[in-house]
Each structure stands twice: as C-alpha cells, then as structure tokens.
Ligand binder design. Sequence first.
Ligand code: ATP
Length: 238
Amino acid sequence: MANTLLKVSGLKVAYGGIKAVKGVDLEVREGELISLIGSNGAGKTTTMKAITGSLGFEGGDIEYLGQSIKGRGAWDLVKQGLAMVPEGRGVFTRMTITENLLMGAYIRTDKAGIEADIERMFGIFPRLKERKDQLAGTMSGGEQQMLAMARALMSQPKVLLLDEPSMGLSPIMVDKIFEVVRDVSAQGVTIVLVEQNAQRALQIADRGYVMDSGLITMTGAGKDLLVDPKVREAYLGH
Ligand code: ATP
C-alpha cells in the first residue's frame, strides 16, 4: 500500500466556545485524490486550515510525512510540500498572472526549473498564457481559480489541498476545473478536495469522507459513496 502522507487523528478545533471540529480522523495516502464533502458549516474549511498550520487545534494530532505538525508554521509546511488553495482563491489582484506564478515559486531557487514550470502551467491552463501580462484582479472568477491552482502548483507540492474550487463558477468553468483537478492528480500530485458539489467531487475521488457537524460520518471509495442511499439523499438531492 502507498505511503501515508497525512494522518489526522481525533482532531478538535474550536473558535472560542464554538466547537467546529469535534474529533476528526482522516488519512491521505500518496497519489490519492480524496474528496471531503458536507453541508455548510460542517467544519471542512476549519479542518483544512488546521492541516496547513494556519489554525491551531486543541485536541488530537495531525501528522504530515510521519511527523506531527504541532508547533510548525504554515511556511515550514509549504516548504515540505503541503500547499493549499483557499476558498475565495486569494490571488494577488494587483499583480499580473506571470507575477502571481512567480510568487507561487518563492520557496524555490532553481530559476530554469521555475521558468519551465511557468511554461508547463501555461500548457495546462492556456487561458493564463493568453493573459499572462493582465492584472489578476481583472480576470473572471474561473480564471482566478485557475491562477490560484497554478500558483499553488508552482511550489511543486506533494499534497495539494483545494477548498471549494468550483464555488461560484459557471457550469463550463466548473467542468474545466474538475478536468484540471483530475489531470493534476494523474500527474502524481496527491489531492484533498473540499467541495459542495458532492456529485462531481465523488465522481473523481479515489476515496471520500462525509463530514457533518464537526465529525466524519461516512467514508469509503468515491464510487461507493456516490451510490450510497444516505449520501444520495443528504448531499445529492435524490
Ligand atoms: P462551508 O462549506 O459553508 O464553507 P465548512 O464545512 O467549510 O462550511 P467551516 O467554515 O469549517 O465549515 O465552519 C465550521 C463552523 O465553525 C461553522 O459553524 C462556522 O460558523 C464556524 N466558524 C468558522 N470560522 C469561524 C471563526 N473565524 N470564528 C467563529 N466561528 C467560526
């Protein structure tokens, strides 16, 4: 079996008195595409923030590459290959597309490799190439989402966490984003995908986790969850 890259055990996170995550266990193995689905407020984003070191946790543990991330900052984890594309994307709006991509490579020093990777990103996302000198803030939501993903890939992550990449996008853009997620996964990047679009997320996932009120309520192969009556009723609307 492939190596475990991420292991979350008994994770608890609270915002003051609000218990957002109440004891979550999940495991991500090398090369997997994992989808985490659940309704609004289930605690998915909070779990992702704890994994990337941008939010502290009060109980349980998170191991990345076999070591606890406790006390390690987000910066250290990015250097170790853990990258996240946050909800709402967070591109640098006053920078061009090319400048945004260079920012994604800030932990790297291999100039030739960085340039080759920018070309590789332009191959994956031709739309970004056409607009490489345009300010990111003037691009459409879907284009900004592509840029955010490309920027994260510029850090050469081992694990890429994507928080609701399809949110607010037109159906054509949603198709494109899911296609790219599958392609990036096929190139060997391990992916954790948080999605409201449960149908699409489970279709492309090797395995899925269902989260509700701060807990994991179900887990299994993506294709099994997709046909599970409880999942269908609660998250797929039929
Ligand atoms: P969504 O799909 O709507 O983004 P989610 O599953 O990602 O939901 P979280 O954003 O993790 O859910 O939120 C989990 C719970 O924690 C919610 O009840 C939310 O209101 C609460 N919460 C999130 N961020 C904060 C915060 N900064 N301060 C207080 N409560 C918060």
